[in-house]
Design a protein around this ligand. Structure first.
Ligand code: UFG
Length: 332
């Protein structure tokens, strides 16, 4: 039987590469478009290794309309697009907002135009819980309003969701909480050139000796132990949420919706470090530092909408996320 073609923008990235594996394993044919600006071919090779198959790859830039036209001319059976390609470093977005507006919004605009031209009617968009800003009610559900974004990166996610809402396409925005871990083969992961500023990659760098120490950004928040609380979602569960969304969008006549992708449980920074030490049998050197500008005190998801509508539930353990994150770091 002929496989359904799915275009995966940013397919060589951290979440994209994990999604390629799930798509293939469920009988889809993923096609990658990625300009490799902030990842590496290693992730494509890793995904190919896992699935024991080649994956079609276009080293094109999603903001380049001519290149995207060429791709859609060559691949004329695309049924849906999963759009990951974007810059994602929150701190950098504060320093260089234009880079974020141009790339993250520019690539979506090109994509929506080309999809219309080639009559491709389904898009799954890689969004973030950052769209909620600092939510008033926890756990936060999809009906919460978009509050002021904490960064230009956050603004681009809000704007992209709004842009998608305005076009006549089937769409699902997936609002990720904090993705962690790697595939259990540890052959794919985060290859971005950015100096990591996310918690778990930083803990891994301290564990591996790339950094001598790290800071906990503030321990005077009104949380269980004073440190910030987040909802850490295993990247394999997250990849499977894309599959659930894809199956649903292809089955739907008309759909425009958004889902939270989180575990539904808050974990503090201190708890993450303690648990990492325990399960990897390591000591992490850290000290308490000042609060980091723009940090939300506490955020975790209400994931009942996707549980009920798509029958998606997180099943991977936090333990496996922290173990595979550490193995990925050691293998890098
Ligand atoms: N943290 C530390 N020390 C560090 C790094 C992080 O204490 O060295 C803390 C942060 O202050 C925060 C928590 O660990 O309280 C998690 O921080 P991350 O940077 O890992 O993740 P964020 O929650 O800040 O950001 C994530 C995604 C963004 C997204 C945002 C929305 O990385 O893409 O959630 O809230 F926009």
């Amino acid at each position: 039987m002929k496989k359904t073609d799915i275009l995966v923008t940013g397919g060589a990235g951290y979440i994209g590469s994990h999604t390629l594996v799930e798509l293939h394993n469920s009988g889809y044919r993923p096609i990658i478009v990625d300009n490799l600006s902030n990842t590496s071919l290693e992730n494509i090779k890793g995904a190919e290794n896992i699935i024991k198959n080649k994956i079609t790859f276009y080293e094109f830039d999603c903001t380049d309309e001519d290149q995207m036209n060429e791709l859609f001319e060559l691949e004329n059976n695309i049924e849906a697009v999963i759009h990951f390609a974007a810059f994602k470093a929150v701190e950098e977005s504060v320093r260089e907002p234009k880079k974020y507006y141009d790339n993250n919004i520019g690539s979506l605009e090109v994509l929506l135009k080309i999809m219309k031209k080639y009559d491709v009617n389904n898009i799954i968009f890689s969004s973030s819980c950052t769209v909620y800003g600092s939510p008033d009610i926890l756990p936060v559900s999809e009906s919460a309003p978009f509050k002021k974004a904490e960064s230009p990166y956050g603004e681009t996610k809000q704007l992209c969701e709004k842009l998608i809402d305005e076009v006549d396409l089937n769409s699902i925005s997936l609002r990720y909480f904090n993705p962690v871990g790697s595939h259990d083969t540890c052959l794919i992961g985060d290859c971005s050139a950015d100096k990591p500023n996310n918690l778990v990659p930083i803990i891994c760098e301290v564990a591996g000796g790339k950094r001598n120490t790290m800071q906990i950004f503030g321990n005077d928040y009104k949380t269980i132990d004073g440190t910030c609380v987040r909802d850490y979602i295993h990247v394999v569960d997250l990849a499977k949420a894309h599959l659930a969304a894809l199956n649903h969008i292809l089955d739907s006549k008309k759909i425009k919706t958004a889902y939270n992708i989180g575990v539904g449980k808050g974990v503090s920074v201190q708890e993450v470090i303690d648990f990492f030490e325990k399960i990897n049998d390591l000591k992490i050197s850290y000290k308490i530092g000042p609060r980091r500008a723009g940090d939300v005190e506490e955020i975790y998801s209400d994931n009942t909408k996707i549980n009920n509508e798509l029958n998606w539930f997180p099943v991977m353990s936090f333990e496996s996320a922290l173990k595979t994150a550490w193995i990925w770091e050691k293998n890098k």
